[in-house]
Design a protein around this ligand. Structure first.
Ligand code: CTP
Length: 401
């Protein structure tokens, strides 16, 4: 496992909200991602979910405030606090948030928080009126000012039957927050990386488009990986079915022209541009205003060139391109390094099933500006992203920025 969570010591604090059931899923997904999860349940949490459930999922002892051995006077909590790479409280009740803001330490969880040097991530879950209360808002502001990361809550249906702010974030979002928080002091801290993803859509008429098979997965994996190394990430995304990655600024576009405008605007502040999007080279010369009706005989569409975003974007930033090729991979990719003025090219053979569109893995060859090629093995798209970002990070440093 080579994700951001592999091998990390995570203290998972769970406090008494009906959203506790979601903490079981979070614990399970953290373990699946290779993390070592030590759970601390408040007394309230034990009324909703059992320590046994967490122990079964994490294969580690679970601390509860009903165990005398694990009382606040025990050294266990100091030990847990010292080992922790991050303390995550999900769900965090209004009462827990108030205790944290006041610096209280009257149970195993708050004692661990006070003893820990690791970052603290708090995911609130409560009824909307409790969330809106000035006391809660003041407490959250106080925690933020101390550097605590507040993840959520989300708006939606609440257990009370009301609709409003107060839902615990879903597991994938929490995993994103945890990975980003763990990596916030990474080698890309303070850097801005602009990444494009997905396949552009060029309208023919109000119902039809010209597009391609890009799933957007490679660009989204890059965005998450750059975020998990501390970068501020702007993701310019053509239509995909993927959810927005947490803590990434997502700019949604449809056409090549819209993508060009969004990228040119974002790169003004950027240290690197990585164009993983499959941008249409041609678009219909004019999109019909009304739906084109079927008629006898063939239909001819006139196409016109789009802007080559990568070739037009002029640094100082590091420029990375992707070349999806079906033949003569390295030669074609090398030609594009020159014609588009790139610092790095990521070439992949789309006829290989392990690196085709929509796949979760990719097999790429990296080609630098001196045209030296390095062939990588089949890796997950997140791992490929890390290899690309190793190069990008070194290139940014070498540029003296
Ligand atoms: N690209 C771009 N703007 C375009 C077309 C492509 O910025 N209008 C970028 C892609 O995002 C990719 C790189 O250029 O990073 C190479 O894209 P690719 O489609 O492989 O190259 P083309 O120049 O379009 O060449 P061809 O389609 O002939 O292979």
């Amino acid at each position: 496992m080579a994700g951001a969570l592999a091998g990390k010591h995570i203290v998972l604090g769970v406090t008494g909200s009906i959203a506790c059931y979601k903490a079981l899923d979070l614990a399970s997904k953290l373990v699946q991602a290779g993390a070592l999860v030590d759970t601390i349940l408040s007394y309230g949490a034990t009324q909703f979910v059992t320590p046994l459930a967490f122990r079964s999922l994490t294969h580690r002892e679970v601390v509860t405030d009903t165990f005398d051995l694990h009382s606040q006077f025990s050294n266990e909590h100091v030990a847990l606090a010292q080992q922790a790479d991050i303390v995550v409280i999900a769900p965090a009740t209004v009462h827990c948030i108030a205790k944290l803001a006041a610096g209280l330490a009257d149970d195993p969880l708050t004692t661990t928080v006070i003893a820990a040097k690791a970052p603290l991530l708090v995911a609130p879950a409560m009824d909307a009126n409790m969330f809106d209360h000035p006391a809660t808002q003041e407490n959250l502001a106080k925690l933020r000012s101390r550097g605590v990361v507040i993840a959520g809550p989300a708006a939606g249906r609440l257990a009370s039957g009301l609709t409003g702010m107060g839902r615990l974030l879903e597991t994938p979002e929490l995993l994103g927050y945890i990975s980003a928080t763990l990596g916030r002091k990474g080698d890309l801290e303070g850097r801005t990386v602009v990444i494009s993803a997905g396949g552009t859509q060029e309208p023919i008429d109000p119902v039809r488009v010209i597009t391609n098979h890009s799933s957007g997965k490679m660009g989204y994996a890059l965005a998450e990986a750059a975020r998990d190394r501390g970068a501020k990430v702007v993701l310019v995304a053509a239509p995909t079915s993927l959810p927005n990655p947490p803590l990434v600024q997502v700019v949604r576009v449809q056409t090549a022209q819209q993508m060009a405008e969004a990228v040119f605007k974002a790169v003004r502040q950027a240290d690197a541009l990585i164009m993983a999007a499959a941008v249409a080279d041609y678009r219909p010369a004019s999109a019909a205003e009304q739906k084109i009706k079927k008629a006898a005989g063939a239909l001819t569409l006139e196409l016109t060139n789009t802007t080559d975003i990568l070739a037009t974007a002029k640094g100082p930033f590091v420029k990375v391109g992707f070349a999806a090729e079906s033949q003569d991979l390295v030669e074609n990719a090398r030609a594009k390094v020159r014609s588009k003025g790139l610092d790095l090219m990521v070439a992949n053979d789309i006829t290989d099933p392990q690196s085709g569109f929509g796949s979760d893995t990719n097999k790429v060859t990296l080609i630098d500006k001196n045209l030296r090629a390095e062939e990588l093995p089949v890796l997950t798209k997140y791992e490929v992203s890390q290899r690309i970002l190793d190069r990008v990070s070194a290139l940014i440093l070498a540029s003296g920025a």
